[in-house]
Design a binder for this molecule. Structure first.
Ligand code: ADP
Ligand code: MG
Length: 232
């Protein structure tokens, strides 16, 4: 789907943000790899919908009222069979934070290969315009605030410097027995978000904030398994 069509469809539904699958469709339209994803409205639709998906999968709640799905218990990883998909939906449906929300459906997507989780984001500064950000995932961002920012548009050299600026950069190079991850794959996604012809530049009037959290980076590539876009 064409990027503007994805954003316009969300606007027509009076959404303040893209839902996860639309966000991933937007990323895909920019050439960022995302898992193969389907959305069902209920567990009754699961059987007919799973064709073409390879197990194991991840099942996630879809609700504009639930921003942090894991906090609500709304993410199940490593789900191995169609029966387990239905079971996961049943179990999640009754959790308090999910039962009390307006649930639009359930997202079912393939598991990404293991790798290092990083975060790539975009935001709009009133003075500087669009900014792009990169950080290491999990506690590195949330506790240590180890992130680096640049004003868009960034060049390849900027993207390299952003990565090198991170205090945890050594982790990406394979410190302490970890496998080194693909630096090129990270640079590629940074340019697709923050580059000259990237998402933040091309949709200046439409997108207020972008958040890929996480991008899972392996030694060969990177895949965006969560995507959130806040519209202007
Ligand atoms: P939220 O951030 O709303 O809690 P996410 O969609 O980011 O939910 O999922 C939570 C965590 O589950 C991710 O940080 C990641 O570790 C894992 N995860 C989610 N989707 C996938 C996937 N397709 N493949 C592998 N791991 C995943
Ligand atoms: Mg997330």
């Amino acid at each position: 789907m064409e990027p503007n069509a994805i954003i316009d469809a969300a606007r027509k539904q009076h959404r303040a943000a893209l839902d996860e699958s639309s966000g991933k469709a937007l990323l895909a339209s920019y050439g960022v790899a995302v898992p193969k994803t389907i959305v069902v409205r209920s567990s009754a639709e699961v059987d007919g919908a799973l064709q073409g998906l390879t197990f194991p999968v991840v099942v996630k709640v879809v609700s504009s009222q639930i921003l942090h799905k894991s906090d609500a218990g709304g993410v199940r990883v490593d789900v191995k069979t169609p029966d387990q998909v239905r079971e996961a939906i049943r179990m999640m449906s009754v959790l308090p934070k999910i039962a009390s929300a307006r649930v639009e459906g359930w997202l079912i997507e393939e598991m990404a290969p293991a790798g290092q989780e990083i975060v790539i984001g975009g935001l709009r500064d009133p003075d500087f315009g669009p900014l792009v950000m990169v950080g290491l995932g999990g506690i590195f961002v949330e506790v240590l605030a180890d992130v680096s920012f640049r004003i868009c548009p960034i060049t390849r050299l900027d993207a390299e410097e952003m990565i090198d600026d991170l205090k945890g950069a050594a982790i990406l190079r394979g410190a302490r027995g970890r496998k080194p991850v693909s630096r090129d794959a990270i640079i590629d996604v940074l340019l697709k978000i923050g580059g000259d012809d990237g998402l933040m530049m091309n949709h200046a009037e439409q997108i207020k904030e972008a958040d890929i959290n996480p991008l899972i980076v392996s030694d060969t590539g990177a895949i965006a398994v969560d995507a959130r876009f806040i519209l202007t």
